[in-house]
Design a protein around this ligand. Structure first.
Ligand SMILES: Nc1ccn([C@@H]2O[C@H](COP(=O)(O)OP(=O)(O)OP(=O)(O)O)[C@@H](O)[C@H]2O)c(=O)n1
Ligand SMILES: C[C@](O)(CO)[C@H](O)COP(=O)(O)O
Length: 227
């Protein structure tokens, strides 16, 4: 059994504006709808749990999409808190080893082939798997005056995307440990790494972009209209 968890409780502060970016429209529907559709149209995914902010007023009230359940819960102050809340809110009947794919509502351009490859890798590697891409630019470390302090070796560096796939119990325990330790993890893999595990990297499409600033929205709209 595979379920999706979609953290969608963010404020979009870097994006700006009144509307939380997960509700901004591209290619005819909100970002969150594209993310939900990408996951729930996949035959292996049985349902989705969406974490929303407690004061969310824009959730359209979907209870199902593609004939599959769309459940919701209240997220938290950090993205990791929202993911943990969603894991805890999943149907209790789901087995501990249920595979969970955590995917940002702000990443609308997820493709089925990437989901296929991620699921295959997570099914083969018990420590989980994440989509990502090798770094292709030269990386500079800046000093506090924005002068170049160093050039970082990039040969083994990857950018982490989502979905990130883990057993429900493994991810829940890892996120709970990070929270107990007061560590804010920026992705699920960071919590699992802290637990001593080594998730596998799966190279995914570079156009699986996260809409973070207004410039990203136009690109997302273009990409989605090309599909
Ligand atoms: N407390 C939070 C923070 C973020 N997210 C979600 O995590 C995803 C990736 O986070 P990010 O791009 O940082 O979104 P925001 O936190 O909204 O953006 P910002 O950091 O600019 O405020 C988004 O779908 C966002 O809604 C969440 O569920 N709960
Ligand atoms: C989870 C993530 O999308 C992987 O790159 C990223 O860490 C989210 O960061 P954000 O600052 O919460 O958008």
């Amino acid at each position: 059994m595979i379920w999706a968890v979609i953290p969608a409780a963010g404020r979009g502060t870097r994006f700006g504006g009144e509307v939380p970016k997960q509700y901004l429209e591209v290619a005819g529907q909100p970002l969150i709808a594209h993310a939900l559709d990408a996951l729930l149209s996949h035959p292996r995914i049985a349902g989705a749990m969406v974490a929303l902010s407690a004061d969310d007023t824009r959730w359209p009230g979907w209870s199902e999409r593609h004939g599959k359940p769309v459940l919701r819960c209240v997220g938290g102050g950090e993205r990791a808190d929202s993911v943990l809340a969603a894991l805890r809110a999943l149907p209790s009947a789901l087995a501990d080893d249920t595979l969970v794919l955590v995917h940002d509502a702000a990443r609308p351009n997820l493709r089925a082939q990437d989901i296929d490859r991620l699921i295959a890798a997570a099914s083969e590697h018990a420590e989980g798997a994440i989509l990502g891409a090798p770094v292709r630019d030269t990386l500079k470390r800046a000093d506090d005056t924005r002068r170049i302090a160093a050039t970082e070796p990039r040969s083994a560096l990857w950018r982490a995307f989502t979905p990130q796939a883990f057993r429900r119990d493994v991810l829940t325990h890892a996120l709970e440990a990070a929270a107990r330790d007061g560590v804010v993890v920026t992705d699920e893999a960071m919590a699992v790494e802290r637990a001593g595990l080594h998730p596998t990297l799966v190279e995914g499409r570079e156009d699986n972009l996260k809409v973070t600033t207004p410039a990203d929205l136009a690109l997302a709209d273009y990409l989605l209209r090309q599909r």
